[in-house]
Write a protein that binds this ligand. Structure first.
Ligand code: MTE
Length: 327
């Protein structure tokens, strides 16, 4: 794995983003790509040189601290522009805080200060990590990933975190462990959910995957994005990011990671297994029962929101990393 410190697009304040500075920044990106094993599906490079600054309202939701990490050159760029920080931070799915995309204000009620992540189940070394452990005990890096929601909208997000492999190495699952289950924070006093059928949903939010999928190079825990500690609306302080799967597989605000023997029940799959299958790999030729998945709407800022129609890529463009898991 090749990792190098690259200046981030958002490190250049808007006022200083002269054409020269932007050009220079783009050149630095191109330079660092030399030698990186980037497959044909990730080319041509067109994005990631964009300067993004949060708007004032969003900036108030960002932790003052930045979270810095070197870019993993294998995931330094994709074939489309990076999504603006304030669009990504104000267009979210987090049902614990409401049933619309505008939950970012409600999500500020999430209490993250004394967070504990319990890693348990069929492992040799069960652990309870606090925030400090998470930020210091694992090798932090930055990855720019495509992000595809099952609802057929998509973005590109720069995440900071660590590969799930690193956690596996630390806790050593036993040979009995075949699956992993992620459980999100839930407290009915705080996570009051959407106003519709709130009581009937199978809280807490849970997700899961096979161990072989978790060991894959792409599987990632994010502690931050856009150079900041993860905003609450994105699932602070730790969330799963699985870019070849639909976004709902990436549980937010995880409190428990459990290694188990059999396929665990999960939130959306329990609600409707026909609409939200356990595997949920991005697949243009497998329609959702209520809509086609052949194309997606790549969201960017207009005036207002711009929805650019694009063909959906098998495995969201990450087939070279994961297709062999599904033969
Ligand atoms: N995790 C929890 N705990 N609750 C949720 O409602 N929504 C999922 C996923 N993880 C969700 C969750 C869905 S449907 C999507 S598309 C992504 O989070 C959205 O992540 P984002 O808001 O950071 O873009």
């Amino acid at each position: 794995m090749s990792i190098i410190r690259v200046p981030k697009p958002w490190e250049i304040p808007e006022r200083e983003a002269t054409p020269e500075a932007v050009y220079f920044n783009r050149r630095r990106f191109l330079k660092t790509l030399v030698g990186a094993s980037i497959g044909a599906s990730l080319l041509p490079l067109v994005g990631c040189e964009k300067t993004t600054q949060p708007n004032q309202a969003l900036a108030a939701t960002l932790d003052k601290k930045t979270l810095d990490a070197a870019v993993n050159l294998n995931f330094a760029s994709v074939d489309r522009p990076m999504t603006d920080i304030d669009l990504a931070g104000q267009y979210n799915n987090f049902y614990e805080f409401g049933g619309t995309k505008s939950i970012w204000r409600n999500a500020q009620a999430l209490p993250t200060e004394d967070w504990k992540l319990e890693v348990t189940g069929l492992v040799k070394n069960p652990r309870i990590y606090d925030l400090d452990d998470l930020r210091t005990k694992f090798p932090l890096e930055e990855r720019i990933y495509r992000f595809r929601c099952v609802e057929a909208w998509s973005m590109v997000i720069p995440w900071i975190g660590f590969p799930m492999q690193a956690l596996i190495k630390a806790v050593e699952p036993t040979s009995q462990a075949k699956f992993v289950r992620f459980t999100s924070f839930y407290d009915p006093q705080i996570t009051t959910g959407p106003t519709f059928h709130v009581g009937s949903l199978p809280w807490p939010y849970t997700e899961g995957m096979r161990i072989e999928e978790m060991v894959n190079d792409l599987a990632f825990f994010a502690l931050g994005n856009y150079g900041h500690i993860l905003p609450k609306q994105h699932g602070a302080p730790i969330r799963a990011v699985l870019p070849w799967k639909y976004g709902f597989k990436g549980a937010k605000s995880i409190v428990k990671v459990e290694f188990v023997e059999t396929q665990p029940a999960t939130f959306w799959n329990t609600i409707d297994a026909h609409e939200y299958d356990f595997e949920a790999n991005v697949n243009p030729s497998k329609p959702h029962p209520r809509w086609s998945q052949a194309t997606e709407k790549f969201i960017s800022k207009g005036p207002g929101l711009k929805w650019e129609k694009r063909p959906t890529l098998p495995y969201n463009g990450y087939g070279e990393y994961v297709a062999s898991l599904y033969v």
